[in-house]
Design a protein around this ligand. Sequence first.
Ligand SMILES: [Zn+2]
Length: 235
Amino acid sequence: MATELLYLRDAYQRTFSATVVDRRDDAVVLDRTAFYPTGGGQPHDTGTLGGLSVTEVRKEGDAVWHTLSGGPAPAVGALVDGEIDWERRHALMRTHTALHVLCGVIWNEWAVPVTGGNMEPLSARMDFEFDPLPEAFGPRVEELVNVELAADRAVSVEFLARGEAVGDADLIRTKVNMIPETVSEIRVIDIAGLDKQADGGTHVRSTAEVGRIRVVKTESKGKGNKRVRLEVVDA
Ligand SMILES: [Zn+2]
């Protein structure tokens, strides 16, 4: 049974009630969840479910499995209350939005696409198709990103029909046409006037809520692949 993903429409929902629809050893599937499962470079949430600790969250097909510790997992049919660890989640939201601002800035300034990335709460790495890196790139990109963050740009979540998304010029660079044809609705994160991407992650409402970034390191990961490591700090 498919799990309804509450975080797709409201990233600020911290608590919810749900019914257990499947169970396997120490893990359960719910009919709905606010817990983000690992994916798209964003790690899973932690928190509590029915008084037990949620230690891992992963998606298998349309079902979200929550691994529990601290006691026996509730039975199928049980109604449970969930609460996500908000400090961790909000840190991940700030970090994820910071990475989209970084992508937008690098595209606008150098027209270079992203090739990969990963994040932890308040720290991340992202790889870009630079060859070589521009001179004094670290300080320059840090400055440009921090200007955009301070500009307090609105971050909105949109659901577009597949045809609409594929025809959107702003989405072409993120290869939205590569999304399988079976997907009829595409979720888009729009940072007003800066960056637009098809994305399944959780984001803050405005760029000011991110704070600032600090570029910790830039390094070469081979031809056409340069890595930026950053930290998110309070403004
Ligand atoms: Zn993203």
